[in-house]
Design a protein around this ligand. Sequence first.
Ligand code: GLU
Length: 228
Amino acid sequence: MCGIIGHIGANGTDTLSVLMSGLNGLEYRGYDSAGIALGGDELRVVKRAGEIEALEAALDDRPLTGSLGIGHTRWSTHGPPTDANAHPHTSETERVAVVHNGIIENYQALKTELQDAGVTFQSETDTEVVPHLIEQALDAGATPEAAFREAVSRLEGSYALAAVIAGTEAIFAVRNDSPLVVGVGEDEYYLASDVPAFLKYTDRVIYLDDGEFVTLTPAGYMVSDATG
Ligand code: GLU
């Protein structure tokens, strides 16, 4: 088991505190690495193998501000617990960051296809195909939300996924055979594998069903199925 946390609020909201509190709230699920990505015009990603304290120590050297981001505690299935294999995973230009719980069963075929198209991988995970697929769709002209949906349409397996894209004030997420819940606050929204991750901020919860997508923005949330 492992965990996802996400948060988005109005400008000036301290997302990093929410993410770190969320990661601590997910610790009971077990994990071997942890990381976060903060959104904005440029994404900032910090991730470490080992305990959340190792991530906190890395963040002490690099304090980050921002009002939108995603975080992850990893329980390795593909690739050992190293810094490089920790989530979030990013696309080649680092404009897409993704966290994932579960297993992408068809990742090897997707990885080969992406490598044949010239993509270089940084990790041994199944997850890393996802940010590259999103970037490929963005490069082909898709909007951020369409690019996320297009990437997800290629995946087989179990997943809760959350993605942020540089320059886009939104978190895109989906679940299939892996838990994901949305928390509704006052002009801020949360995403997590389980309620304890954000319970100290809100007890208003939406439980997503398998196959459901959610887009969070500072103005609200929208749940949809694969057909939109
Ligand atoms: N399969 C992914 C990995 O090995 C995600 C594992 C998890 O659910 O934490 O990185």
